[in-house]
Ligand binder design. Structure first.
Ligand SMILES: NC(=O)c1ccc[n+]([C@@H]2O[C@H](COP(=O)([O-])OP(=O)(O)OC[C@H]3O[C@@H](n4cnc5c(N)ncnc54)[C@H](OP(=O)(O)O)[C@@H]3O)[C@@H](O)[C@H]2O)c1
Length: 273
């Protein structure tokens, strides 16, 4: 049976670059927009990747189950990378929670029943998730977002602001990795997250158009002296998906050029404005 690697959000940015790392087996890229998926598969094939697409929406558990059934019919699922997400720009707070938080839970719940022993689920979180302080009032919803009423409560807590919803959702990804790691371990599986800093993709370029001065400021604060490129993340994904990383689970890996250590200063600077 051939190995299958699923990359949600594989039609753009970090996901598309991650897909290029899997040069054995078959890569399934997913997303909502079919034309973008067709373009991605063309680009991947030109890079020598055996790629196909499956259209779907991670915020729908039915769509996620269909994706896994489809993948299972093709071979043994070894890797799932969840790079599907929205930044909150141009999207309301509720939808941001539904995609970035509930979508992540949908994948984590379902993937466990489909990934083959030794396989891994890698979730794209964000450095910004480390800025949201622990608080029981919302952590219970962030960790269990499908609890009835959780998303509505979170929308209120985030004051209906989509950028807050994004930050909260990414803390939720960190919490879910810890929640799921023991049960994944029992099945011989791993689950972990990667928290990128600012990576130059269509998502961050859109944010830069909205807040150019903020993006320049963040870059100037980054110890590495530059923004990241999708390859900075995909190389780490390649390692984390390999057997060489078989002792890494239940944790978050920051890949941010060192920006997270400056975040308290950055938050204070914005609060004093
Ligand atoms: N770029 C950064 O600076 C940065 C920093 C930290 C974290 N991240 C995280 O990294 C991940 C990838 O970001 P990116 O910058 O590569 O973004 P991107 O270029 O905008 O790509 C996002 C991908 O997700 C797909 N997607 C969005 N909503 C979806 C849904 N409901 N179901 C399935 N697919 C969906 C999009 O395709 P469709 O729109 O066609 O569905 C697209 O393929 C995100 O989780 C993001 O939060 C990015």
């Amino acid at each position: 049976m051939k190995n299958i690697h699923i990359i949600t959000g594989g039609s753009s940015g970090i996901g598309l670059e991650c897909a290029k790392q899997f040069d054995e087996g078959t890569v399934i890229v997913t997303g909502r927009n079919e034309q973008r998926l067709i373009n991605a598969v063309t680009e991947l094939k030109a890079n020598g990747i055996d790629a196909i697409y499956k259209q779907g929406d991670i915020s729908s558990s039915e769509s996620v189950r269909e994706l896994f059934e489809f993948a299972k019919s093709l071979g043994e699922i070894k890797t799932v990378v969840n790079s599907a997400g929205v930044s909150g720009v141009g999207v309301d707070a509720k939808l941001t929670f539904e995609i970035d938080l509930l979508g992540t839970e949908n994948l984590a719940i379902n993937a466990k029943d489909y990934i083959s022993k030794g396989g891994v689920l890698i979730l794209l979180a964000s450095m910004i998730g480390h800025v949201v302080p622990p608080n029981e009032a919302y952590d219970k919803y962030l960790e269990y977002p499908s609890t009835p009423g959780a998303i509505d409560s979170l929308v209120q807590i985030a004051q209906n602001k989509s950028d807050f919803a994004y930050n909260f959702s990414k803390r939720g990804v960190h919490l879910m990795v810890k929640r799921f790691a023991p049960e994944y371990g029992k099945e011989g599986l791993r689950i972990l997250s990667i928290s990128p800093g600012i990576i130059m993709t269509p998502m961050s370029k859109k944010a830069a158009e909205e807040h150019p001065e903020q993006m320049e400021y963040m870059k100037s604060m980054t110890p590495a002296g530059r923004n990241g490129e999708p390859e900075d993340i995909s190389e780490v994904v390649k390692f984390l998906a390999s057997d060489k990383a078989s002792f890494i689970t239940g944790t978050d890996i920051l890949v941010d050029g060192g920006l997270a250590i400056r975040l308290p200063e950055i938050v204070a600077a914005y609060q004093n404005q």
